[in-house]
Design a binder for this molecule. Structure first.
Ligand code: ADP
Ligand code: MG
Length: 559
């Protein structure tokens, strides 16, 4: 039997590619710049092993030139260039990556930053261009070649003139249609913004001639336009710098520049990991709650970069819900991306990173609590509720993790205290961790039940947030001490008080109690003599699982 070869319908394939892989047209620039950066990297790696080659970083750059009149966008790089064969193989064959081949040929395993691997990025140029021309001269070659294509129809290669080694790509930008605007890819401000967004941390300068205006010489009123070459990208990402070289201000500036928030960060966390999965991350705990934090619009997540190129704006999988307030970015060279680089292929590495980050945030919060109490309390005022939700959610799966981060107002200290602090100063005879629920500290203080427990000399935690009691019920106990509401039936110290007196009192008032029970039928279970009351005539208490406060909340919830 004869095995026949599949014939790839390049025409269809290209169409599919161009129209279905990418969701944002603007990423064509990210792809072409990544290729240019790869091409420069290749010279750099060659120079490492070839003494006849010197790599002077100043000679390498990428330049972007827009020409509105001719509707062309040009990208020039001083990279390794392509021979005729390479133009043919790498640009003439869809899904052929010369960069991937380079990596394996040169056995680059460690510390490389070459971005290309799928061999499709280049074709994204056809999303914005009718004609793509590539003029290239390879390192070590005297000849230059011009590759040209109108997309689906195929391509041509002819010899041409080019003085310097490297590649120039010329895009003939499409005309606007009724639905689509392509002019924007010729606008200076737009190009600058796209470069900043996706390619800010490419390690070589991306230059553009930008227009400025100045007073004409000799004139005090007349202005003239002129052009200056500017480097658009910041090149060295802050997260690759040494922590010791960076000041608090650098981190604050990055926070503002990235618009992670309009406040200042309360704390930054800079992580560099060189283990099973390599990554750098800069995380922030904001100072105040974003205005939309508890709205449906709020999206948790961290920016995700792959070797300095932005892949995702908000990668939600990197943060658990209870740390959804954390802002920042992660950059890793070890991610397996899917072909559009907009999604991740496998999330094994991502899961590892997420786990790692999670641990780090936790330990940073613990140390903030220990060493910078005031700051921690500020954090807790803003985001404590989220931690309590974390304790409660997923059937308490994270309670162990989060319990030491919780704080509640204390009747004794008149400020926020941790559970550990509470338990460590409990008198010997105190069985439970007491809490009282109510709308505010003042109201809780006035509760008859509070009075009794406080009178005993016991500390009480005030639960003023709806979630508090739910979270605590999930915890059940802390350091083997059970939580007990001051309004529950058994407070653990009544038994020794039950005297002949109250038995007698109960008997004396039997009729009255029966009458009250009848009148309040369906509203109360029992009416009893109480030893809890001091200055109040009556109080309500619960025996069951659900407290009065919880009942109120549950009743208010939509069915
Ligand atoms: P990838 O970057 O994933 O390899 P692309 O479709 O973006 O795929 O590019 C295909 C190949 O074309 C690259 O692997 C590289 O070998 C070559 N190439 C593209 N652009 C350039 C360039 N500016 N300089 C040198 N080679 C290039
Ligand atoms: Mg590429």
């Amino acid at each position: 039997m004869e095995t026949k070869q599949f014939k790839a319908e390049s025409k269809r394939l290209l169409d599919m590619m161009i129209n279905s892989i990418y969701t944002h047209r603007e990423i064509f620039l990210r792809e072409l710049i990544s290729n240019a950066s790869d091409a420069i990297d290749k010279i750099y790696y060659k120079a490492l092993t070839d003494d006849s080659l010197a790599f002077d970083k100043d000679n390498y750059y990428i330049k972007v030139i827009a020409d509105k009149e001719n509707r062309t966008l040009r990208l020039i790089d001083t990279g390794i260039g392509m021979t005729k064969e390479e133009l043919e193989n790498n640009l003439g064959t869809i899904a052929k990556s010369g960069s991937l081949a380079f990596k394996s040929e040169n056995e680059l395993k460690d510390g490389y930053d070459i971005i290309g691997q799928f061999g499709v990025g280049f074709y994204s140029a056809f999303m914005v261009a009718d004609v793509v021309t590539v003029i290239s001269k390879a390192l070590g070659s005297d000849e230059a070649y011009k590759w040209e294509s109108q997309g689906a129809e195929g391509y041509t290669i002819v010899p041409c003139e080019k003085e310097t080694v490297g590649t120039e790509i010329i895009l003939k930008i499409k005309d606007n249609t009724e639905e689509e605007n392509y002019d924007e890819y010729l606008e200076e401000y737009r190009l600058k913004a796209i470069i900043k967004k996706y390619s800010d941390f490419i390690r070589y300068p991306i230059k553009m001639d930008v227009s400025k205006s100045r007073l004409k010489e000799g004139s005090e009123t007349e202005y003239e336009d002129y052009q200056v070459e500017e480097t658009i990208n910041s090149m060295v990402p802050i997260w690759r710098k040494n922590k010791n070289e960076l000041t608090a201000e650098d981190y604050e500036n990055f926070y503002a520049e990235k618009r992670y928030g309009f406040d200042k960060p309360l704390k930054h966390i800079h992580i560099s990991v060189d283990g099973a999965v390599r990554y750098n991350a800069i995380l922030y705990i904001p100072e105040s709650m974003p205005f939309d934090y508890y709205s449906a619009e709020y999206e948790k997540g961290l920016e995700l970069y792959s070797s300095g190129v932005l892949i995702m704006n908000k990668c939600a999988d990197l943060l658990p819900d209870y740390f959804s307030f954390v802002k920042g970015m992660v950059d890793s060279e070890d991610l397996s991306l899917n072909i559009s680089r907009e999604l991740l292929q496998h999330d094994r590495q991502l899961k590892l990173i997420a786990k790692n980050i999670n641990k780090k945030i936790k330990s940073e919060l613990v140390s903030l609590l220990k060493n910078e109490r005031e700051k921690y309390e500020q954090f807790y005022q803003a985001f404590g509720r989220q931690l309590k939700y974390g304790v409660y959610s997923e059937f308490g799966a994270h309670k162990e993790e989060l319990q030491d981060l919780l704080m509640f107002h204390s009747s004794k200290e008149k400020k926020l205290v941790t559970l550990d602090e509470y338990v460590s100063r409990m008198p010997e005879d105190q069985k439970y961790i007491f809490y009282a629920t109510g709308g505010s500290n003042e109201r809780i203080e006035k509760l008859p039940q509070t009075e009794l427990v406080a009178d005993k000399g016991y500390e009480i935690l005030y639960f003023t947030d709806e979630i508090d009691e739910f979270a605590i019920r999930m915890l059940m106990s802390y350091k083997d001490k059970e939580f007990k509401s001051v309004s529950s039936g058994d407070l653990g110290f009544e038994a020794d008080e039950k005297s002949q007196d109250s038995e007698a009192e109960e008997q004396d008032n039997k009729e009255l109690f029966e009458y009250m029970k009848e009148t309040l039928a369906g509203k109360v279970k029992d009416v009893r003599v109480s030893k809890r009351l001091k200055s109040h005539p009556v109080c309500l208490s619960t025996d069951g699982e659900v407290s009065i406060e919880m009942e109120k909340i549950l009743n208010a919830m939509p069915n």
